[in-house]
Design a protein around this ligand. Structure first.
Ligand SMILES: [Ca+2]
Length: 571
């Protein structure tokens, strides 16, 4: 049955990477999925604690010497998805097999498959078993309370500093070349506790490779009202007003939703006021702030209240003050009544055909981030941009040959290793073009049957969407349609200064100590945002709202993040 589902999805024109990531391994977090996630509030960020002692453990062997048997096999515990074929796929993966050949180190994968709750239960059971696999690849920071730091404090994983120094020349060179990566991977005590997929964020290609969504607008509607793509809040207002009043879908009805705010899309306008949702770095002061606890937020609310009262935005919250989901927005997109929304770069492929059934003139255009009303910069609202991946790879205390594990993983950080993991084998699954980009071969794109599934052959070579440790290797532009690439390039063109670094450790315990475990700051903010925007609560009460947040402990919370940020800056 799954076989048929995958085939049907492919027939519907979904990208193959998406089919696989839906049907199979959801390993790397922010991969494109068919729905847009809401802007994440960093109000409660579980992360690694870091108060552990940093007594360096002397390596038992001499520096860099091979200290493991020739036929060594390491157990590799890895977070899988729901597809039944997945355990077979990892064992067959050509790129991984090449890495085993190159290093002479064998991998025995234990792929944990099932729905999220089921695999989470298995993961926690493994961690309380006192019998750990050699290598653990998981969303450790999210799945284990206290994250990687706590795994170390609880005696489950080992510190990696000496291994990196003595057995990992590739990773060592990367950390020397990119000081920002070294700063982000180490904790405040200078300990390295995990490996991860690294992105140096040093150029637009790096950013594009982790950019999936942004503002989308109906290009044909813009043409119908004789306007161009908006770049400022004032231009947005004029365009949305024209969408509302000039019947751009041409059906003679006043049925347009000029901006559909489903899936948390309103936060995309926050950067116009030099703030982000939740914890952020204030670009005007360099201090940590909380977007919804600022005077700037009042300006945002004032504008949104005006837009709402004139019918320019809709679908923000439901009656329980939960964000309206992307399914509602989809109905309006397909119904030819949504003029702009928070969309994925694949919307030309996945949404436009549906709109065309309703309106033969339909077309889409990507819209750049809004210029700041305060300094004309374009800040991104994408708080997920990070040098480090959500998936982390640790070596357990039960690993008999940690030097072998380090050697294996170090090869993944080499250029050849990265290519094996991302593209497979040159001449078989991919070719390198004259301009240095890479493309899949015809054979790689051919859809094959595989156990209970069916997907392009390239996924038996490499699964680029799985977050094995490596640097800057991504299956990007060469295999994407041009509109997708152009949209990502447009959305990647932005300042990142306001993003609170993902590498900083703030634990749930620290969070609870500041505001109380039962506190619901996020819920209060959501309710008050909707009331201010709809006018149910007048903006003259904004100071009362700030007072309430203060009483709820928001300043203590900001202080926790400020302290952690100061320690991070001192690394
Ligand atoms: Ca209309």
């Amino acid at each position: 049955m799954k076989n048929n589902i995958v085939k049907r999805l492919l027939a519907l024109g979904m990208t193959t990477a998406m089919v696989l990531s839906m049907a199979a391994c959801g390993d790397s977090g922010e991969q494109p999925s068919d729905s847009v996630s809401s802007g994440s509030s960093s109000e409660s960020t579980p992360d690694s604690g870091s108060d552990s002692g940093s007594d360096a453990q002397e390596s038992s062997s001499g520096a860099g010497e091979k200290s493991w048997p020739d036929d060594v096999t390491l157990s590799y515990y890895i977070r899988g998805g729901t597809a039944e074929y997945e355990p077979y796929l990892y064992k067959d993966l050509v790129g991984i097999n090449k890495i085993q050949e190159a290093t002479g180190i064998n991998i025995d994968f234990d792929v944990i498959c099932g729905d999220n709750d089921a695999i989470q239960t298995q993961y926690l059971a493994m961690l309380t078993s006192n019998n750990y696999p050699d290598i653990i690849q998981w969303l450790n920071d999210e799945a284990y309370s206290g994250g990687v730091g706590q795994l170390y404090n609880d005696g489950i994983i080992i510190e990696l500093n000496d291994l990196i120094d003595n057995y990992m020349p590739n990773l060592k060179a990367i950390l020397e070349k990119y000081p920002n990566l070294a700063k982000d991977m180490a904790n405040d005590d200078g300990q390295y506790l995990y490996f991860t997929k690294l992105n140096s964020l040093s150029n637009i290609d790096d950013l594009m490779s982790i950019t999936y969504w942004g503002f989308l607008m109906r290009k044909d509607w813009l043409e119908n009202v004789g306007m161009s793509v908006p770049t400022t809040m004032d231009e947005w207002y004029e365009v949305l007003k024209a969408f509302k009043t000039q019947d751009p879908n041409g059906n003679g009805l006043d049925d347009e939703i000029p901006f559909d705010a489903g899936a948390g899309a309103l936060t995309m306008f926050y950067p116009a006021y030099n703030m982000l949702t939740g914890i952020y770095v204030d670009p005007d002061t360099g201090k940590i702030g909380y977007g919804e606890y600022t005077e700037k937020y009042k300006e945002f609310l004032t504008t949104m209240n005006k837009w709402y009262s004139e019918g320019l935005i809709d679908d923000i919250y439901d009656e329980n003050y939960n964000l309206v989901g992307s399914d509602v927005t989809d109905e309006h997109i397909y119904g030819d009544i949504a003029g702009s929304w928070k969309g994925l770069a694949n919307n030309w492929e996945q949404r436009l055909p549906g709109i065309l059934e309703k309106n033969a003139n339909a077309d889409l255009v990507a819209v750049p981030w809004v210029q700041s009303t305060m300094n004309s910069k374009k800040y991104t609202p994408n708080t997920y941009y990070s040098t480090i991946d959500r998936t982390t790879v640790c070596i357990s205390v039960d690993c008999k040959y940690p030097e072998a594990a380090a050697t294996l993983i170090d090869y993944m950080y080499s250029e050849e290793g990265g290519l094996y993991l991302t593209w497979g084998v040159e001449g078989e699954s991919y070719v390198t073009n004259d301009d240095g980009t890479r493309s899949w071969t015809e054979a790689a794109d051919e859809v094959i049957d595989y156990y209970d599934g069916s997907f392009p052959r390239k996924f038996t070579y490499a699964m680029a969407h799985v977050s094995f440790p490596r640097l800057d290797q991504n299956d990007t532009s060469a295999t994407r349609e041009q509109q997708y690439v152009d949209a990502c390039e447009l959305w990647a063109d932005a300042e990142l200064d306001m993003i609170y670094p993902k590498a900083i450790s703030v634990t749930q315990d620290q969070h609870n100590a500041a505001v109380g475990a039962e506190s619901d700051i996020g819920g209060y903010i959501a309710e008050m945002q909707m009331k201010f925007i709809t006018g149910e609560e007048p903006l003259t009460n904004f100071d009362n709202y700030l007072d309430t947040l203060k009483k709820m402990g928001i300043e203590d919370l900001i202080a926790v993040y400020q302290d952690a940020y100061d320690r991070y800056q001192a690394r």
